[in-house]
Design a protein around this ligand. Sequence first.
Ligand SMILES: [Zn+2]
Length: 183
Amino acid sequence: MKITYRIDAQDRLTELSGDWDQFAQANGAPELAAAALRGKPLPALVSGTEMQSLTAMLLKRAREAGAVEVPFRCDAPDERRFLTMELRRDAEDGVAIETRLVRAEPRPPVALLDARLPRTDELLVICSWCKCVRLPTQEWVEVEAAVEALGLFQEAQLPQLSHGICPPCRARFFGAPTTRPAV
Ligand SMILES: [Zn+2]
């Protein structure tokens, strides 16, 4: 799977190609189909102000350094997906972005990640970048471990997922010290 897109100097999406629509469908987000996004500002694609500032920072870095590559996760309920995103400076201060699937590991479906299931009013923070979940202890763990720790086995108990960024990912992007190895 590979998705490529390009943004212009004003960060508007100008070209989307590759398996984009398939990717949007697979992630339960058909509203993100390519045709609906053309001309929209890139922040339309990312959820949460923190992710938006992170995206802005990566674009700035790509425009200054020429290219930057970052790993990230984009899991499906039944699959851990490890991806990489490469941002390259393009003509007229645009940036070409290529997202590739590096590997996928099947797993028993995790209901917590199934966007079609109903949710309670509870909020659970998930890292937009590595898909780790924050426990009440402030520890960030893989989603399966969070389900185990929080006893989220019954569909009626599923909390809403709120997107944030965990300390190791923040450190990786913003350069703060970290004690955990990079994902
Ligand atoms: Zn993270």
